[in-house]
Design a protein around this ligand. Structure first.
Ligand SMILES: [Zn+2]
Ligand SMILES: [Zn+2]
Length: 280
């Protein structure tokens, strides 16, 4: 029965779990975990918070193999360098982000080019896709597991590019920002200039933009969806969820979740539509 064990082992290794440690303007980090590999997309909480949240997800900080920082804004990058040194994890960013953070390429971080596949291990590889966001060289991340299933982590962008839409359409899991409800933002207390910046090409995605984009690419291949980076002032979980679900009509048959600032609450597995609750 050795062949059976081998197949079972291989299947387990192909799995990938996606856990949002928390998301929002006060900090972002997403854990991707397979049998033998752990990767963080962004590291935007204090080190103490990062370690506490990893603990709730049942992960030793020292088992983080790699940290990819999407862009230099502190809610994504805050403790990435210190974490990579303390936990002996490889830090990845593009050159612009490294420069803006003052990280030494080669010595402190490995720099990547957009659309270059970063092979962390046999089990997890990452593809950075450039997205428009303020003055930052931000990237969305498409993570692939051993059998070619893909998960997308997409935050901090003013609009979805054709290239990104193409990559999203093949994904089994999508975590994507639904930052603001348009009428809440427009009728809220923010100064006009800030409202324009948030809703502009380099700002964030609204519930409507996210819903419209997902409606375009949704297929029965999409098993799970997480809405993230919700603005506490200009959005609410029920608004984001209902608008996105309404836009996709009955084309989406998977599970939907919201990543909150306080996280982690749920883990999603590629190939499993029901999320697994984290026992805190
Ligand atoms: Zn940002
Ligand atoms: Zn952000």
């Amino acid at each position: 029965m050795d062949w059976f064990k081998e197949v079972l082992c291989r299947l387990t290794r192909m799995g990938m779990e996606i856990t949002h440690l928390g998301s929002g303007s006060a900090g972002n980090s997403t854990l991707l975990r397979s049998e033998e590999t752990c990767v963080l997309i962004d590291c935007g909480f204090s080190l103490k918070q990062m370690e506490a949240r990893l603990g709730l997800a049942g992960v030793e900080p020292s088992s983080i193999d790699a940290i990819l920082v999407t862009h230099h804004h502190s809610d994504h990058s805050k403790t990435a360098l210190r974490a990579s040194k303390n936990w002996d994890s490889v830090l990845h960013s593009n050159l612009e982000t490294a420069t803006r953070m003052g990280w030494e390429p080669m010595a402190e971080c490995r720099t990547f080019e957009s659309l270059e596949r970063i092979v962390v291990s046999e089990e997890i590889s990452l593809m950075p896709i450039p997205v428009p966001h303020d003055d930052a060289d931000n990237v969305a991340v498409i993570a692939s597991n051993g059998d070619g299933r893909r998960a997308a982590i997409v935050t901090d962008l003013g609009e979805l590019t054709v290239d990104l839409m193409r990559h999203l359409s093949g994904c089994s899991h999508i975590s994507i920002e639904a930052n603001y409800d348009h009428s809440r933002l427009m009728s809220g207390p923010y100064p006009e200039s800030l409202k324009r910046r948030i809703s502009g090409r380099g700002g964030h995605l609204s519930n409507t933009q996210t819903g419209d984009a997902l409606a375009e690419i949704v297929s029965n291949r999409l098993e799970s969806l997480v809405l993230c980076h919700l603005s506490e002032r200009n959005n609410a979980p029920h608004l984001a969820e209902s608008e996105v679900l309404m836009a996709m009509e009955d084309k989406f048959v998977g599970s939907i979740g919201i990543s909150r600032q306080s996280g982690p609450e749920f883990s999603h597995w590629l190939g499993q539509s029901e999320p697994e609750r984290i026992i805190g």
